[in-house]
Write a protein that binds this ligand. Structure first.
Ligand code: SF4
Ligand code: SF4
Length: 614
């Protein structure tokens, strides 16, 4: 057993003020204070002050000659022992970060491909081909033909697997077929067009190795190519397979907030891919298991699919009302097992590859998903009796929101196509489209930047789509429900009111981030302008990991303004910062904007959209 698991590291540093703009979060952090539990916000406090070398990107541990560090203010010797400059040190770290993120996205894609393959071969009863229309739409674009739907699915899986495994020089097929021509042309001219994913991964590791590629711009370009391959192959696969296998979804009614949890139920919190989440939900409706829960004294079984964003993952345990928490690999804090020990919650990890010491490992596959789901529900029912009555806290905050549609669901919600959005932009009613994406980060007040950027944009007639933890931020703060449309500008109201849509439209969890690209491609097509001329921007107000940075870079590569609120670790690497914030504009038309203040960031985005007015 590791040292980590036997220690009790509570130091007793209490949180001052409010960590979040979401009330239940603050209340549960207070409860944690009183019960001597270190949440992520406590642990972040223990890290202060963070090391300036690391924060500014000039600490290198790429070989055992190091660690080497360079003074970020220009004093002293200005390279590491081998001669690596601040730009090279920061660029290699950026590339490593992106590679880690894309590897996670690839794992999700592989799970979806395995599931699709099992469906095509008929070796699973747990899943089926629910959306042949979307399959046909995708395979038509890729030029794949077959006699039957299952053959078509098998051929699509084969093509995607080939592109994932391909190490040769040819460009990525999905990028050539799906990305607007003007963007592909810029990538071709500037050495940014990705090849197969295996090739891009190989080159990422090759270039960032000590003493290999010593040109920081070449290293950053590799990060961008890998990021594009993520958006056009890894999250691409997860997005389309989710739609093909699980079917289309129209915008629906949902509830977020920790108040969803009810003491009378057996509660199972899940942070897993939708393909497995659905199976656990289904198992919870099994009449035998419902009966078993009633015999255990509960009213029913509740499976709660993220009621909040990733940074809130520890809080359901602290309510004392969570019997089981099921996780995979999606930004899981290893510390949840430590917190679970103080309550009665059991942590189950279902990822077939990743491990979590202290958790119960129940790997889920397309073949065993239904059985494992039932085992998880049974475990939760058995654990219901173990609640510690003196530790129970019932949060009250519940916020209604419009649940995310698939691409087709969105088209239907707008009457059949995304043309009404394009028409509203052409009329000048809507100033442009902004995609809000990714994480939350304890470096900033939880949800504050997501909320304020989205609010400012909708007040100024910008249509906002949100994904991942950003989607949960707008759900929790009430911006993703139709009733909030009254806060929007008149032009945006005119577009959305007839369809009963909210001012910020959720588009799904972050593994399906490519849906945002699909939506933007389609709006640009309806506008009849080259993609890089369209009034689009992206914002990751509280990003924190390589998955998010990958998306930041692929939006940038698409010629979009790509904003980040939390500062990337490149501040002491002027060449890299110059390349991403200025030079890229000459290459693709896109630029990185680093602006922590959400109000300043909104102004910059609005000015950018004004410049791109059609
Ligand atoms: S790669 Fe160079 S800068 Fe980095 S740790 Fe090794 S010697 Fe130091
Ligand atoms: S949005 Fe970011 S923090 Fe949230 S689940 Fe995705 S990668 Fe993790």
């Amino acid at each position: 057993m590791s040292r980590f698991l036997t220690e009790k590291p509570f130091i007793g540093l209490k949180i001052r003020g409010y960590v979040s703009i979401t009330p239940d979060v603050n209340e549960l952090v207070r409860k944690a204070d009183m019960e001597k539990i270190d949440t992520v916000w406590h642990r972040f406090q223990y890290q202060q002050p963070q090391c300036g070398f690391g924060l500014t990107g000039v600490c290198c541990r790429h070989c055992n000659t190091g660690p080497c560090r360079v003074d970020p203010f220009g004093y002293g010797f200005q390279t590491g022992t081998c001669g690596a400059t601040p730009d090279l040190i920061a660029s290699r770290d950026l590339l490593d970060l992106v590679a880690h993120g894309v590897a996670t996205r690839l794992q999700e894609a592989l799970i979806m491909l395995k599931t699709a393959k099992a469906v095509a071969e008929g070796s699973t009863k747990a899943y089926g081909l629910k959306n042949p229309g979307r399959l046909k739409e995708i395979t038509d674009i890729l030029g794949i033909k077959a006699e039957t739907d299952t053959e078509l699915l098998a051929k699509l899986v084969e093509l995607l697997e080939t592109e994932i495994n391909r190490i040769t020089d040819e460009p990525l097929v999905t990028a050539l077929k799906f990305v607007p021509e003007d963007v592909v042309e810029k990538w071709e001219k500037n050495d940014l067009l990705p090849r197969g994913l295996a090739r891009e991964f190989f080159e990422a590791n090759y270039r960032s190795n000590m003493g290999t590629d010593s040109d920081p711009i070449s290293v950053v370009k590799q990060a961008i190519r890998l990021a594009i391959a993520d958006g056009l192959l890894a999250t691409f696969t997860t997005t389309i397979m989710d739609e093909i296998l699980l079917g289309d979804k129209a915008p629906g009614k949902g509830k977020s907030g920790l108040g969803i949890i009810k003491p009378e139920n057996v509660n199972i919190f899940i942070r897993v891919l939708p393909v497995f989440a659905g199976k656990i939900k289904m198992a919870a409706q099994d009449p035998e298991l419902v009966e078993m829960a009633k015999k255990a004294g509960a009213k029913g079984i509740a499976v709660i699919i993220p009621s909040g964003n990733m940074i809130m993952q520890e809080l359901p345990i602290i309510t004392g009302l969570t019997e089981v928490m099921v996780v995979d690999h999606q930004c899981i804090y290893p510390y949840i097992v430590e917190i679970a020990k103080k309550y009665h919650t059991k942590i189950v990890i279902i990822d077939p590859v990743a491990k979590l010491p202290g958790a119960i490992h129940m790997p889920m596959t397309p073949e065993n998903a239904s059985e494992v789901a039932k085992e998880i529900v049974k475990l939760a029912i058995e654990n219901y009796a173990n609640r510690k009555k003196d530790k129970i806290y019932q949060p009250v905050h519940v916020s209604e929101f419009t649940t995310n549609p698939t691409l087709n669901g969105l088209r239907q919600a707008f009457g059949g196509s995304l043309k009404p959005i394009a028409d509203a932009i052409k009329r000048g009613d809507v100033k442009g489209v902004v995609v809000l994406h990714h994480c939350t980060n304890p470096k900033v007040k939880h949800n504050y930047s997501h909320y304020n950027i989205a609010k400012k944009l909708i007040e100024n007639d910008v249509l906002v789509f949100a994904m991942g933890c950003s989607m949960m931020a707008v759900a929790l703060t009430g911006l993703a429900k139709p009733e909030t449309l009254k806060q929007a500008g008149d032009g945006l109201k005119k577009l959305l009111a007839i369809y009963n849509l909210p001012p910020v439209i959720p588009l799904g969890p972050c593994p399906e981030n490519t849906r945002e690209l699909f939506v933007l491609y389609e709006i640009a097509k309806e506008l009849g302008v080259p993609f890089t001329k369209a009034p689009f921007a992206a914002s990751a107000p509280e990003w924190m990991n390589g998955k998010a940075m990958s998306a930041v870079l692929y939006y940038l590569a698409h010629g979009m303004l790509s904003h980040v609120g939390t500062v990337p670790q490149i501040a002491a690497a002027p060449g890299i910062e110059e390349f991403l914030t200025k030079e890229m504009e000459k290459i693709t038309g896109g630029r990185l904007v680093i602006e922590p203040d959400p109000f300043e960031a909104s102004e910059i985005i609005l000015k950018h959209l004004e410049k791109k007015k059609i």
